[in-house]
Design a protein around this ligand. Structure first.
Ligand SMILES: O=P(O)(O)OC[C@H]1O[C@H](O[C@H]2O[C@H](CO)[C@@H](O)[C@H](O)[C@H]2O)[C@H](O)[C@@H](O)[C@@H]1O
Length: 286
């Protein structure tokens, strides 16, 4: 979709000021999106869980629908489309059934372009032994806490506690604290939805990955607007990265309206559901 320029666009707004999600327009509101696109082409960056698929009880069941896949294919025929996920890249490929898009997996640590191959960056390596050691440690210790699920990943280990009894969850948090204390200054925990993501403490995140991709994929042009859709706290790095750009991009937070009032975000618009994501992307593809 190339949206015509809107004369009334307010380009002077401070896009870095935190807002709560309930104050933001829906990205399905054409004038709001038109103002941001201002006649330029989009380049679309998409989180996976909670955006391309609904959040489901078990990570392995988050399979993308044929309908969403068709929308992505059609959108990719019109503009650049990249998936930026906390998941491992290979898992995103498997669950989405998509292997011809750029995917930044493992929170942007592991980036692959089907055309160019691996896209290297400043945090591409150096943490492998640490992640392997911590993964093993977490796997052994979590076996004692009923309901935990350990997801080993390329550059992190995810410790899920969605199915742990509420009164046992403090044990999971204590285990994470212990593991961090065993590696002073080397690890950090990234919060998620019923998951503790233990990662190397390296200054790299989805926002840095998106900025890097904009450079490598030659998308840093005045006639291209980067758009990022995400639902989680880790996606805020990407929203901030887009808001900081000389010509700010469009950050779209996918959030249940019931949770929107309490959620500060650097996004500039919202969508309520994965179905709305499909409608928004379908609109961009036309
Ligand atoms: O960056 P994302 O693509 O959004 O990935 C974030 C995490 O998503 C997955 O966990 C979450 O989704 C699961 C499936 O809906 C859900 O069962 C789980 O409770 C959520 O935390 C994934 O398993 C993680 O590795 C990703 O980091």
């Amino acid at each position: 979709m190339t949206v015509p320029a809107d004369e009334s666009a307010d380009h002077s707004a401070d896009h870095s000021a935190p807002a709560t999600a309930d104050t933001l327009p829906s990205a399905l509101d054409a004038p709001a999106v038109a103002r941001r696109l201002d006649g330029r082409r989009p380049a679309v960056f998409l989180d996976y869980d909670g955006v391309l698929t609904p959040i489901v009880p078990r990570p392995e069941d988050a399979v993308m629908t044929d309908g969403m896949r068709a929308i992505l294919r059609s959108l990719a025929g019109r503009c650049s489309v990249c998936i930026v996920s906390g998941r491992d890249r290979a898992v995103v490929e498997e669950l989405s059934g998509v292997d011809d898009l750029v995917i930044a997996g493992s929170h942007g640590f592991d980036i692959w372009d089907p055309q160019r191959g691996a896209i290297e960056h400043e945090a591409s390596r150096g943490w492998e032994d640490l992640v392997a050691e911590v993964t093993q440690r977490v796997q052994v210790a979590a076996a004692d806490i009923e309901g935990t699920q350990v997801e080993p990943k390329h550059a992190s280990v995810a410790l899920h506690d969605r199915h742990v009894a509420a009164d046992e969850r403090p044990r999971v948090a204590a285990l994470v604290d212990e593991v961090l204390a065993e590696h002073p200054g080397q690890l950090r925990v990234t919060p998620g939805k019923f998951v503790h993501e233990i990662q190397p403490k390296i200054d790299w995140n989805k926002g840095k990955a998106v900025d890097h991709l904009i450079g490598v994929l030659d998308l840093d042009h005045p006639d291209i607007v980067p758009i990022y859709l995400g639902d989680d706290i880790t996606d805020e790095d990407a929203f901030r990265a887009l808001a900081r750009r000389e010509t700010p991009g469009l950050g779209v937070l996918v959030i249940d309206p019931a949770d929107a009032a309490g959620r500060e975000t650097a996004a500039t618009a919202v969508l309520a559901t994965v179905d709305e994501v499909g409608r928004f992307l379908d609109g961009l593809a036309r």
